[in-house]
Design a protein around this ligand. Sequence first.
Ligand code: UDP
Length: 329
Amino acid sequence: MKRKRVLITGAAGFLGSHLCDRFIKEDYHVLAMDNLITGDLKNIEHLFGLENFEFYHHDISKFVHISGELDYILHFASPASPIDYLKIPIQTLKVGSLGTHNLLGLARGKNARMLIASTSEVYGDPSVNPQPEEYWGNVNPVGPRGVYDEAKRFQEAMTMAYHTFHGLETRIVRIFNTYGPRMRLNDGRVLPAFIGQALRGEDLTVFGDGSQTRSFCYVDDLIEGIYRLLLSDYAQPMNIGNPDEITIKQFGEEIIKLTGTNQKLVLRDLPVDDPKQRRPDITKAKAILDWEPKVSREEGLKITYEYFKSLPVEAFANTDHKDFTGYNK
Ligand code: UDP
């Protein structure tokens, strides 16, 4: 039987690479695309020898050409951590807007179904908790996170317009904080930051007083939710995340326990517009996709810690994370 063909953008990134694995496992033909600004070929090099895997080094903000048929497009190209989109704000805006437009055009030309990676950041610093899909958000367009948040909001609007105006088959997943193997050690996110600090024997930097909350989803659970959403017939935005909410201070304490280190938590200034609370309402995912997360934080953190420990020592020597504190002022 002919394999279905799926294009995955951001394929060398954290989530993109796990998606590549999943679609290879399901016996699809995977066309992986990445411009490698924040992605890393190491995440997908184990797939290079496969006959049903191809890699294209391309920036999707420029015209995207694919020969042959396409059944699905999964658009996961974008810097996704505050430290990244502060360093490359214009690319972040372009990949969410121009890049999405290019892929929607491609999807239309190929009659492919397109799923876009949106984010809980569309809710900004939310005034309701947990956040249901109907909540419109509280976003500062000109703050440091605006380049990401507004690009993703525009991306949703553009995708919905192609759906309603052109009848394109589209899916929108709003991804909440996700963790697991292949996260970049120096992307500034709280989990790699804390584990990196613990392994280097440094204190863990808690921003603000650590009372802000996040809800962390293990990557395998997220990928399962995305896979189900793609194959469903639901075109409205859908939250996928783990509703197990925790303060950042508690999270730091868990990491210290996990790593068995004696480090302390030290307080640093809170970054501008840092959301005070975040927790997905997953009523829709449960009802429509019959999906809910299965991996507990204890289990998921153990696997992730083993992954970080297996990295070469040099990986821990220098991180850009220190630069990030500059932005807190
Ligand atoms: N954070 C922290 N210390 C760090 C890095 C992040 O306390 O070294 C906090 C950050 O201020 C935020 C939370 O951890 O409140 C999650 O940050 P992350 O960058 O992982 O993702 P976000 O959910 O803010 O996009």
